[in-house]
Design a binder for this molecule. Structure first.
Ligand SMILES: CC(C)(COP(=O)(O)OP(=O)(O)OC[C@H]1O[C@@H](n2cnc3c(N)ncnc32)[C@H](O)[C@@H]1OP(=O)(O)O)[C@@H](O)C(=O)NCCC(=O)NCCS
Length: 159
């Protein structure tokens, strides 16, 4: 891993540690499905990852560095996604607004195959949080479970 990738991963983990709506920092990834936006000086300012859910891609770990919130970076992140079938669960009104502006609509069901994937991956994630004693995050996410809203976008495939 390159030195800048190590720095990026450390920054991602520090953001995830602060934001209890996100997955635990110990599961942070920085790979080909991750997007980072940087300031003019090269410092990372915004991040998201998309995960293949077998029936489309889930946007997760989307955050903006607190020093750069309110600058429109959530719009900038979403504009970089080109996948055909995308969805996102969030309870953050700023992100909900950005998703709606990017053409996502409220939905209740991401599809049976995507749901199967989500059941498996979320159960594993909760088991992991339990094993790593991340109870604060578990209670936070369970307490707010009913507030997470699903947004979906199905892009037209062009030949
Ligand atoms: C949610 C988050 C990604 C938004 O990013 P951001 O770059 O600050 O948001 P933007 O500047 O692009 O603004 C998005 C919208 O929220 C509005 N907004 C920005 N700051 C706001 C505030 N303090 N209060 C209310 N609305 C606000 C903006 O006006 C904008 O509205 P628009 O869609 O009409 O333009 C960022 O606040 C964050 O990282 N939160 C913590 C992590 C998190 O909760 N992630 C989502 C979990 S999946």
């Amino acid at each position: 891993m390159k030195a800048e990738d190590v720095d990026d991963l450390a920054w991602i983990k520090s953001m995830m540690k602060q934001e209890l709506d996100l997955r635990p920092p110990s599961l942070a990834q920085f790979g080909k499905n991750s997007i980072i936006i940087r300031s003019d000086s090269g410092k990372p300012t915004a991040h998201m990852t998309v995960s293949n859910r077998w029936q489309g891609y889930e946007i997760n770990s989307l955050f903006v560095d607190p020093a750069h919130r309110g600058e429109g970076l959530s719009h900038a992140l979403l504009s970089k996604l080109k996948q055909n079938r995308l969805f996102c669960y969030t309870r953050d009104s700023r992100l909900q607004s950005a998703l709606a502006k990017a053409g996502y609509s409220r939905a209740v069901f991401p599809g049976s195959i995507a749901t199967l994937n989500l059941i498996l991956t979320r159960s594993t994630m909760f088991a992991w949080m339990f094993l790593t004693l991340d109870f604060k995050r578990i209670f936070h996410q369970i307490r707010h479970l009913s507030k997470y809203k699903l947004y979906m976008k199905i892009n037209k495939v062009t030949d």
